[in-house]
Ligand binder design. Structure first.
Ligand code: 5GP
Ligand code: ZN
Length: 137
């Protein structure tokens, strides 16, 4: 299996690395939404968020927080988006989990918010029940 982010994690492909430790690595996105757009990934290959082994979750979240703070401070950003596309239908194009951190400015006019739907009567409860039935706690 060839995975561009595994190759970056192994240093077989060049990337502008921000920081790394045993479990995670953070580097600049090659096609940024805004300059300074940073990615954080587990070094081990997991296709999406649900697949990530629990032992990587804490370090990954710590890494996202560290990167978000550094990006915000470095660029004097007024805000930031943290997001992750999971699955083709959600717009994922690299199938090795990655969190995006995008610095934001009130002047940048980037639109992340989709058109929102409205639940009809009782529908909200039905959706909640469906989801609760699938919980593995
Ligand atoms: P996705 O579309 O899966 O949410 O995000 C994949 C991201 O990876 C894109 O924003 C894209 O610009 C970035 N990307 C794809 N290939 C490379 C690469 O070779 N190097 C770096 N640094 N970023 C990449
Ligand atoms: Zn990979």
């Amino acid at each position: 299996m060839s995975c561009i982010f595994c190759e970056i994690a192994r240093k077989n492909i060049k990337a502008e690395i921000i920081f790394e430790n045993e479990k995670i690595i953070s580097f600049l996105d090659i096609n940024p939404v805004n300059f300074g757009h940073t990615l954080v990934i587990p070094k081990k290959h997991f296709a999406d968020f649900i697949s990530i082994e629990d032992e990587y979750l804490l370090e990954l979240n710590r890494g996202i927080k560290i990167a978000a703070k550094a990006v915000t401070m470095a660029l004097k950003a007024e805000g930031y988006n943290i997001f992750s596309n999971n699955g083709l239908a959600a717009g994922q194009s690299v199938f090795h989990f990655h969190a995006h951190i995008v610095p934001r400015f009130s002047s940048d006019h980037i639109k992340f918010k989709p058109e929102l739907k409205i639940y009809s009567e009782n529908e909200m409860k039905i959706y909640a029940e469906k989801i609760k039935n699938e919980l593995i706690l």
